[in-house]
Design a protein around this ligand. Structure first.
Ligand code: IPM
Ligand code: MN
Length: 366
């Protein structure tokens, strides 16, 4: 099979970890005989420096024409000025909107071997295997009005949370479908005691529920969800929530997995199906980590597992996806750790070394 993959490494550790994701794609070419036409583009701060804009139209078109996008991360202190007219993050937000990838799938799986690396007690982490479905193209991030005006009281700023029923329904359906294919539990997370958008969200969930009799739906307020994610995380199967809530809750949930460095994500314009071939946008959930950028110590597992998700949902390569995931698990089971997941006293491996170890484990495990 031949596929076109857009590779957008971005800033900070983005390009370093993405290079390891690419290394895994090349392994799929070698060992399974697939062909990947890899097309690279600048994005974020790198694009601002080189082209004066966070996202060139041709890079946007490249992403839109690809079977899948492998994305790194964007942003950094160099471009952090809040009064600037453009920001590296604009590239990511524009790409998500342009590709229409409204469902961001963020699985949080706790690997038993990493329990010691977590700040939480092992007993709390036992059996944690959840997926957050974050609405990605609406809400506070995008709705109008948005901006600043000069008022007699000084500058005034506004962001708007707005959702229509259609936007809510399509992402809730992704949650229901995922729950149906997993343990059958869906937590719809909202703030229906205060926000009108959340009341519409909850009503829509209640309206759809009868179509999914095998799914047990519950409504959880976002503040309570934040607490329960730490107190009793194994109670969750699938969580579905709006954009901003999902942004915050997924950073929190990453603590369960010991490090953000190991977590992948997929953003899709529909329901993820194993063996499916819908175009998608794949990125580790971590950011650019400017403090360790260029040092060769970042954890590539988030990017590598994002490639596995890409194989499964956009390239129809289920077996290959499982093969990548087994490689990662083997290396963790063997005790190799990058700095972010290393336990005191152990000597960590670097980004490339970790990538190489995973590749070797994949080759052995085939
Ligand atoms: C994420 C990031 C982005 C977001 C930023 C970089 C715009 O935090 O993917 O979670 O807020 O969506
Ligand atoms: Mn985030």
């Amino acid at each position: 099979m031949e596929f076109k993959i857009a590779v957008l490494g971005g800033d900070g550790i983005g390009p370093e970890v993405t290079a390891q994701g690419v290394m895994v794609l090349k392994a799929l070419e070698r060992l399974y005989g697939h062909r990947f036409d890899l097309e690279y583009g600048d994005v974020g701060g790198a694009s601002m420096d080189n082209h004066g804009t966070p996202l060139l139209p041709e890079v946007r078109d490249l992403a839109a024409s690809a079977d899948a996008v492998l994305f790194g991360a964007v942003g950094g202190p160099k471009w952090d000025d809040p009064s600037a007219s453009q920001h590296p993050e604009d590239a990511l937000l524009q790409l998500r909107a342009h590709l229409g990838v409204f469902a961001n799938i963020r699985p949080v799986k706790v690997y038993q071997w990493l329990a010691d690396s977590s700040v939480l007690k092992p007993a709390v982490l036992e059996g944690v295997d959840l997926v957050v479905v974050r609405e990605l193209t609406g809400g506070l991030y995008y709705a109008q009005p948005k901006g600043r005006t000069q008022t007699p009281q000084g500058i005034s700023a506004v962001d708007t949370m707005r959702y229509n029923e259609e936007e809510i329904e399509r992402v809730l359906r992704v949650g229901f479908e995922l729950a149906r294919s997993r343990r059958g539990r869906l937590a719809s997370v909202d703030k229906a005691n205060v926000l009108e958008c959340s009341r519409l969200w909850r009503q829509t969930a209640i309206r759809l529920a009868p179509e999914y009799p095998e799914v047990e739906l519950e409504h959880v307020l976002v503040d309570s969800c934040a607490m329960q994610l730490i107190q009793q995380p194994s109670r969750f199967d699938v969580i579905v929530t709006e954009n901003t809530f999902g942004d915050i809750l997924t950073d929190e949930a990453s603590v369960l997995a010991a490090s953000m460095g190991v977590l992948p994500s997929a953003s899709l314009a529909g329901v993820p199906r194993s063996g499916g071939t819908i175009p998608g946008f794949y990125e580790p959930i971590h950011g650019t980590a400017p403090d360790i950028a260029g040092k060769g110590i970042a954890n590539p597992i988030g990017s590598i597992l994002s490639v596995a998700m890409m194989a499964r949902y956009s390239l129809g390569l289920t077996e290959e996806a499982a093969w990548v995931e087994r490689g990662v698990e083997q290396v963790l089971a063997d005790g190799y750790r990058t700095a972010d997941i290393a336990v005191a006293g152990a000597s960590p491996v670097g980004t490339e070394e970790m990538g190489g170890l995973i590749l070797a484990a994949m080759e052995r495990g085939r």
